[in-house]
Design a protein around this ligand. Structure first.
Ligand SMILES: Nc1ncnc2c1ncn2[C@@H]1O[C@H](COP(=O)(O)OP(=O)(O)OP(=O)(O)O)[C@@H](O)[C@H]1O
Length: 738
């Protein structure tokens, strides 16, 4: 393929921006580049069109002369030239030999081959199509690196605090109790300063009775201050903490809901990779709490302390208070710089952490490939490399923050020194009461300590504001594909599907036109097959019908209704899809099948019936936990063919009006393929079906076969009509027949 960024082109998460065949060829190139001693090929060419398969096969044949090659394949064409073929049945090796020997023996291998010839043409001659889409090869494909849409920009200045308070509205009474508690708790420091000054004065008395009585009274005051500040501290932490936790929970839900609402194209963007989204859901949501409960608490505490302390100080001795207060602007300046600095720091390090998380998630998600390729070191180096900017920024930040915090702490003691120095002078020259010196200086020091604690919380607050801003940008993003004002339809009567002059370009590859002037009609209840070289746009045609993407021009109609005028959920609920790579969830097999229809409760009987039709029931029933067996992440506990059959059952349980089969049987062995194909044929009855296949024999009974090339339909007709036409289809069919 010739892409503008060539080998630097991003392939998307799990290669989502490559066609099935392209992915497989890249994987093969990756294996070959190692010059391996042992080459393991597990259904390595199943997603390739015949021509690509032949090219890859030649490459494999040449490399296998220099190394030991183990091939697992359903398509017997791929193993015909193997030095030794092992035939498995019920987990045991039942035949060993070369192709010719095994054929002569007329055993299981012979039957499989004969089956495949009848079902799929001569093995090894599955050369279906002309060369890979040359237009695509030549097309200029550009990777859209930074794609900030208008939605995002318009929300940059969203008021995060206002938005968060609105989100926190259900907890208003907790916030109010917490805020009042914080204000009272803030008053305790200056009140303590007053009592402290009084008791210092009392201790200076020489009358033992006064000393006793006053001492008891002020001690009781200390006790009361202790009780009040204890209770208010409890309420402020408890109430604001609860409100913060509820906010975080709400924010996480909101973010996840937003993620699921986005159009498929949004996930193609680099910044919306699985790692980045997981990091946003965990880190951003947790950081947002820093803007809710605790900073409000600390802020109110500090405000209350500062106002009361300043008021009392001015009241007791205004001259001393003014002198001591001169230090306050300097402390505030320190706070300002620290806040500003932490904002820059958060931006930088957050990106680095997200990038590192992406690497980690990708490595873990593809751990089998990573281990098989021996790439552990590579991913480790990539991961630690991504962390370097975070570390560097963090180090600079730590120095700067250390200096600022150190300075602000010193300032508190400077304030002490200044207050006692000047207070001492006033005591000597103006006969100022010693108690006032203690009260004023202690009150102001407590105020300065409150400012210090606000400073300590400032980084969290700053982080929270940044995270909240990002969160609001995300949750306010309007998906590009959504129900519009005209999206009122939920069903249709006849159900003919028409593609009219479709032009389509993937948003992340603006320079590459995938479909150009594509016209296609799929009549109700008919089966239309799409065939064509790898990467010519077959899966894209199906994805447009599901409204994963919208065409750049042209319309897709069901009956006469544009699919944009259907409610998206309703539209998709009428479609059952079985794709090249079935995605199963880490749930039980029964649940995975029942997920096929979420509009109602699917009964166990229906699940079993669907499984029987998909030829997977016997296997499931033979498992100790049957339909209750958990599948493991991405269905790793099943073979490719079993996964495919579970996916077929999942599609059937939905009883869809439109059946979409994207290489649905490509991973099945010939025997299962025949049975599943019969089931699918039955399932197709009364349904409109679009099927994609490289193996021509699987689609030759279709009502209409469309040959797609370079994003256009170049031939269409029935199998016989296309053969009579003597065009590309004829050529391909002849190649397949050998
Ligand atoms: N999400 C995406 N973003 C960008 N480009 C994409 C994306 N998905 C597919 N493509 C590109 O669009 C072209 C058509 O892909 P598509 O999957 O429709 O091909 P296909 O005919 O189904 O191929 P195959 O038979 O190999 O599955 C390919 O060149 C592919 O690289």
């Amino acid at each position: 393929m010739s892409l503008p960024n060539g080998y630097q082109t991003l392939v998307g998460q799990r290669g989502s921006q490559m066609s099935g065949g392209q992915k497989q060829r890249i994987a093969i190139a990756r294996a070959l580049v190692r010059e391996p001693n042992i080459l393991l090929l597990d259904e390595a060419t199943s997603a390739l069109d015949t021509n690509s398969e032949a090219q890859v096969q030649r490459a494999i044949d040449s490399i296998s002369k220099e190394c030991t090659t183990i091939i697992v394949a359903h398509r017997l064409s791929t193993i015909k030239n193997a030095d030794k073929i092992f035939v498995f049945s019920d987990g045991k090796i039942v035949e060993i030999g070369q192709h010719v020997e095994l054929m002569e023996r007329r055993g299981i291998y012979h039957d499989l081959v004969i089956n495949q010839v009848t079902v799929g043409g001569e093995p090894g001659k599955d050369k279906t199509f002309a060369d890979d889409n040359p237009d695509e090869e030549d097309s200029v494909v550009m990777q859209q690196e930074e794609d900030n849409d208008d939605n995002d920009k318009s929300l940059k200045n969203y008021s995060a605090i206002r938005g968060l308070l609105r989100l926190n509205r259900p907890e208003w009474w907790q916030l109010i109790i917490g805020a009042i508690s914080a204000l009272i708790a803030g008053a305790s420091m200056p009140v303590y300063a007053v009592v402290f000054g009084e008791i210092v004065g009392t201790l200076g008395s020489e009358d033992p009775v006064v000393l006793r009585e006053e001492g008891d009274r002020f001690s009781l005051y200390f006790f009361l201050i202790g009780v009040v500040s204890g209770i208010t501290a409890f309420f402020q932490w408890f109430m604001l903490g609860i409100a913060g936790e509820k906010l975080t929970k709400r924010v996480r839900g909101l973010m996840f809901e937003t993620v699921l609402r986005q159009e498929v194209g949004w996930f193609d963007r680099k910044e919306n990779g699985v790692g980045a989204i997981c990091a946003k859901l965990s880190t951003d949501a947790a950081n947002i709490q820093g803007a809710a409960g605790y900073p409000i608490m600390v802020g109110l505490n500090a405000i209350s302390t500062i106002l009361i302390a300043t008021g009392l100080s001015l009241y007791f001795e205004w001259r001393l208070a003014l002198v001591a207060l001169t230090i306050v602007p300097v402390i505030l300046l320190g706070t300002y710089f620290e806040t500003k600095f932490s904002q820059m720091d958060n931006y930088g390090s957050k990106n680095a952490i997200e990038n590192a998380a992406k690497v980690a998630v990708e490595a873990v998600a593809n751990v089998r490939t990573v281990v098989a390729m021996g790439c552990e070191e590579v991913f480790y180096t990539m991961y630690t490399g991504e962390m370097v900017p975070h570390y560097k920024k963090g180090r600079t930040s730590a120095h700067f923050r250390g200096v600022i915090l150190g300075l602000s702490r010193s300032l508190i003691y400077f304030a002490y020194g200044i207050a006692f120095f000047y207070g001492g002078h006033l005591v000597v020259s103006d006969g100022l009461d010693v108690r006032r010196v203690f009260q004023v200086s202690e009150a102001l020091i407590s105020a300065a300590m409150s400012i210090g604690s606000v400073m300590a919380f400032a980084p969290n607050f700053q982080k929270a504001i940044i995270a909240a801003n990002k969160m609001f940008i995300m949750v306010n993003r309007i998906p590009e594909i959504r129900d519009g004002p005209n999206s009122t339809h939920t069903g249709w009567s006849t159900g003919d599907i028409t593609y009219e002059s479709i032009r389509f370009i993937y948003p992340t590859r603006p320079a590459s036109t995938v479909l150009e002037n594509l016209n296609l009609q799929v009549l109700l209840g008919k089966t239309v097959a799409l065939v064509g070289p790898s990467g010519c746009g077959k899966s894209t045609i199906v994805q447009l019908l599901q409204r994963f993407y919208d065409p750049d021009s042209g319309n897709i109609n069901i009956d006469t209704i544009n699919i944009r005028d259907f409610k998206i959920m309703a539209l998709r609920s009428h479609m059952g899809i079985v794709s090249q790579e079935p995605n199963l969830f880490d749930r039980t097999i029964g649940e995975n099948i029942a997920y096929g229809d979420n509009t109602r409760l699917v009964s166990t009987d229906e699940v079993i019936q669907a499984s029987q039709k998909a030829n997977i029931h016997n296997f499931i029933a033979s498992l100790p936990l049957g339909y209750g067996t958990r599948l493991g992440e991405k269905g790793t506990q099943l073979s490719g063919g079993q996964k495919q059959r579970v996916a077929i059952a999942r599609a059937l349980v939905r009883n869809p009006r439109i059946l979409l089969l994207d290489e649905a049987t490509s991973a099945l062995d010939t025997e299962s393929e025949k049975v599943v194909q019969t089931a699918l044929d039955e399932a197709k009855l009364g349904r409109t079906c679009i099927t994609i296949a490289h193996r021509l024999t699987t689609i030759q009974d279709s009502d209409l076969i469309c040959v797609v090339n370079k994003g256009e339909i170049i031939e269409q007709g029935t199998h016989q009509e296309l053969l009579d036409l003597g065009g590309l289809y004829h050529k391909l069919y002849t190649m397949q027949r050998g």
